[in-house]
Design a protein around this ligand. Structure first.
Ligand code: SAH
Length: 263
């Protein structure tokens, strides 16, 4: 007789919204192109609905779950993957422990989804691909380009290093318990050229500072860089951050870097 498992009781503080349909789970895993991928990391396997389809890919896969109850459930449900289940906080894990290139996948806990994305950006040399479920608003923000309402820091920083694609939307009814918001699945694929054509630390600072006041012109927002009047004549400073593409931000970073060198 098949051993029956008691189900994991959803915990709100861990962002647990379990997917109900294995077909939907497969649709998500199918968005991952595993070419050139050596390790797959699933964040938050929960009761393992995505996990089954990830195992079917026959790659080195690791399942990182913070919730002890889910870990016990997973170990009962899937024989032979015990060693690949890691009971830890994904945000604290050193990704250098996994052989690259890495693909990250998951129906992410929404309370830490931005932190997951920032960790991916920090580890962009290791992480080649990502397929993830986010709350719809965040999924859109990551994928949309300049001139849209949701375009912001996370859009520019992700799109500087990854091609982002919005895959599909999911309504709350697909989850147990249903979240209050719609959800969206996105995929990221690292760009061939990982290096930006500018000082990358300065680029991060310029993007973050520009969006601190998204309704203001860059001339106003970037005051703390002490730019000379001469430089500020450039028409780019008349613009608002939400209208600048990644390329424009690189250009802006170079203008600011040159000024600092010649100052
Ligand atoms: N993949 C499952 C569960 C998604 S819910 C499904 O689709 O049904 C999000 C999962 O992330 C939960 O299992 C939760 O326990 C886990 N989680 C929350 N915070 C985490 C963290 N910091 N590190 C790893 N897992 C986390």
């Amino acid at each position: 007789m098949k051993k029956s498992n008691t189900l994991v009781k959803p915990k709100k503080k861990l962002g647990q919204h379990f997917l109900k349909s294995s077909d939907v789970a497969k649709q998500i895993v199918d968005c991952l192109d595993t070419e050139n991928i050596f390790s797959i990391l699933e964040i938050g396997p929960g009761m393992g609905i995505l996990t089954q389809h990830i195992i079917d890919l026959n790659k080195n896969s690791y399942f990182i779950e913070i919730d002890k109850e889910s870990v016990i459930y997973l170990k009962q449900k899937y024989n032979g993957i015990d060693e690949n289940i890691i009971e830890e906080d994904f945000l604290k894990i050193d990704l250098k422990n996994f052989k690259s290139s890495i693909a990250v996948i998951g129906n992410f806990p929404y309370n830490i989804s931005s932190q997951i994305i920032f960790k991916i950006i920090e580890n962009r040399d290791l992480v080649d691909k990502l397929v993830g479920m986010f709350q719809l608003e965040v999924a859109k923000r990551i994928c949309e380009g300049p001139g849209t309402k949701s375009y912001g820091i996370i859009s520019v920083l992700v799109q500087a290093f990854y091609d982002a694609k919005f895959e599909f939307m999911l309504e709350p009814k697909h989850f147990n318990p249903p979240p209050k918001v719609d959800s969206g699945v996105i995929s990221l694929k690292r760009k061939k050229d990982l290096k930006l054509n500018c000082d990358e630390n300065l680029f991060f600072k310029v993007v973050k500072t520009s969006f601190q006041q998204r309704r203001k012109t860059l001339r106003n927002s970037l005051k703390k860089f002490n730019l000379s009047n001469n430089i500020k004549e450039d028409v780019i400073f008349d613009k608002r951050p939400e209208t600048l593409s990644v390329k424009d931000f690189i250009h802006l970073t170079n203008i600011i870097a040159n000024e600092n060198i010649s100052a």
